[in-house]
Write a protein that binds this ligand. Structure first.
Ligand SMILES: NC(=O)c1ccc[n+]([C@@H]2O[C@H](COP(=O)([O-])OP(=O)(O)OC[C@H]3O[C@@H](n4cnc5c(N)ncnc54)[C@H](O)[C@@H]3O)[C@@H](O)[C@H]2O)c1
Length: 278
């Protein structure tokens, strides 16, 4: 419903949105939905992404300033929080939509990981959530009763071989969300992860075998794979006041994939495939 009028669910709320690179990015779709629902926010991405991406167009469309920040750099994250404070005062929501694996990019198998790159995967894709929350709290930019959402993937629970060290990064990300969520709860701040189905974005399609993973999930999930816009709508509910007691959860947004075994369509297809082989 990205083009529709919205419900004003985030009216008066302010936030930080990390991870919009181009118009396929889940964070991009979430930014548009936040705007639709009446929020004001800053956009942030790594300096290199700002040079390669098209974030200026989103900034214009949502009237949101862009603040460069490499989330693996402690000083830059602190500076971003201070800059945000200057722009917005306090924030009521934060979206962490950041993931990157040099090992996957450079086609290193899991049994032959480059350990420096492995650390970068964990640092950028997971530890960065810790860093963001630490500086959000230390600088005082995060308001009481704020809502923090980080995007995850079912590779945290079940191994998808092509997802390699990102399986590990997502498991760590989800753990940090729970751990920090328990500490921030005294201020009414909630921290959750949304486990999104395969989605055709720059990060997603960069994974070898992505198309098969996408089709597999789509065929098994009774509702099919949700789009980035549908993910955005779900995140809006988590940023809104309608979910004030939801915290420390990993919430599946996957069309029912996680609790499905196999679909009728796949049973029929597999029987036919193996019958043809015999
Ligand atoms: N696409 C999928 O299939 C899928 C499924 C489930 C979860 N997710 C997660 O959703 C999130 C968003 O990914 P996406 O699919 O929209 O792809 P995307 O490529 O559009 O977004 C990933 C973002 O991470 C940013 N990033 C990388 N290194 C950074 C750094 N050092 N500092 C700051 N930002 C950095 C990139 O610039 C990019 O904007 C990621 O956490 C991803 O793992 C994606």
């Amino acid at each position: 419903m990205s083009d529709e009028k919205g419900f004003g669910l985030l009216k008066g709320k302010k936030g930080i949105i990390f991870g919009a690179l181009d118009d396929r990015s889940i964070a991009w779709r979430i930014a548009l939905a936040c705007k639709r629902e009446g929020a004001e926010f800053v956009l942030s991405n790594a300096p290199i992404a700002l040079r390669l991406g098209t974030l200026d167009a989103l900034s214009e469309a949502t009237n949101a300033p862009v603040i460069a920040c490499d989330v693996s750099n402690d000083d830059e994250v602190e500076e971003l929080m201070n800059n945000t404070k200057e722009h917005l005062g306090g924030v009521d929501f934060i979206l962490h939509a950041i993931g990157m694996s040099p090992n996957i990019r450079k086609k290193k198998e899991y049994s032959d990981l480059n350990y420096n790159w492995y650390q970068q995967t964990l640092d950028i894709s997971a530890v960065s959530l810790h860093r963001v929350l630490k500086h959000a709290e230390k600088t005082g930019v995060i308001n009481d009763n704020a809502s923090v959402v980080a995007l995850s993937y079912i590779g945290a629970q079940r191994i998808f071989s092509k997802y390699s060290d990102m399986n590990d990064a997502k498991a760590l990300l989800e753990s940090i969300a729970r751990n920090y969520g328990s500490r921030l709860a005294k201020r009414g701040i909630r921290v959750n992860t949304v486990s999104q189905a395969p989605t055709k974005t720059s990060a997603g399609t960069g994974i070898k075998g992505f198309d098969s993973m996408y089709t597999f999930a789509d065929k098994i999930a009774p509702l099919g794979n949700p789009s980035a816009d549908e993910c955005a709508d779900y995140c809006i509910t988590l940023f809104s006041d309608l979910t004030r007691k939801v915290t420390m959860q990993n919430l599946y947004h996957d069309g029912g994939f996680v609790t499905s075994g196999i679909s009728e369509e796949m049973i029929d297809g597999l029987v036919k495939l193996y019958a043809d082989e015999e």
